[in-house]
Design a binder for this molecule. Structure first.
Ligand SMILES: [Zn+2]
Length: 213
């Protein structure tokens, strides 16, 4: 019997040590996870080249109803108010347009899409944004169209997606987080640092690929 009690207490001590190790491990593991989660960041995709040298990016809006066009202009103006150093100007000229925005009426599965074209040095050469008034068989409401226009315009300025939901650049569209915060502002500045921060005369690709906020 004594032997058995001795054996049992050994076993209990052994189990206790295992539980303690496990607990410790879980604790360390969850701390790592927590700090990782706290690192809010926005991916930086690309940098504008010579088109931004004069501080002006031109745009045109095609195939939009007048009231829808207003939503897009208001989205662009919102960026204009928030980013110092870039002026966005509407143009109707047949010359090179920097940002082409068009609405498609195919009632498709895409409510917004941005295609970026690069020059041979890897700088943004021009951008095509597709928006829709209807998607997934439904008419999109004004707030959603304006939100998507803001989000896509963020891509046009060199941003990728955010890793947290409370961002205009979140990839989860249904969160519809509508505001430009310091995080988006600083990421655009970082993407186009050569012009917006350093005010250099020749473009330099952003070395930073993630902007922490
Ligand atoms: Zn996106």
């Amino acid at each position: 019997m004594k032997k058995f009690i001795k054996y049992l207490s050994f076993l209990l001590a052994f189990l206790l040590i295992i539980i303690l190790i496990q607990f410790n491990f879980d604790y360390i593991y969850s701390t790592i996870k927590k700090t990782d989660y706290l690192k809010r960041q926005i991916d930086i995709c690309c940098t504008w080249g010579n088109q931004l040298a004069d501080g002006i990016l031109t745009y045109e809006i095609n195939n939009a109803k007048p009231e829808t066009k207003k939503l897009v202009i208001s989205a662009i103006n919102y960026w204009k108010e928030n980013i110092q150093g870039i002026d966005f100007k509407e143009t109707n000229s047949k010359q090179q347009v920097d940002i082409k925005i068009s609405f498609r009426n195919d009632n498709g599965k895409v409510a917004g899409q941005t295609m970026t074209n690069f020059d041979s040095d890897g700088f943004i050469f021009n951008v095509k944004i597709s928006l829709a008034e209807k998607a997934f068989g439904k008419q999109l409401n004004k707030n959603v169209i304006e939100y998507i226009a803001k989000h896509e315009f963020g891509h046009a300025l060199g941003l990728g997606h955010a890793n947290f939901n409370e961002s205009l650049m979140s990839s989860l569209v249904y969160h519809s987080f509508n505001e430009i915060s310091d995080c988006e502002r600083e990421s655009v500045m970082e993407a186009n640092k050569w012009k917006l921060i350093d005010n250099d005369s020749s473009p330099k690709i952003s070395k930073i690929k993630k902007s922490f906020c």
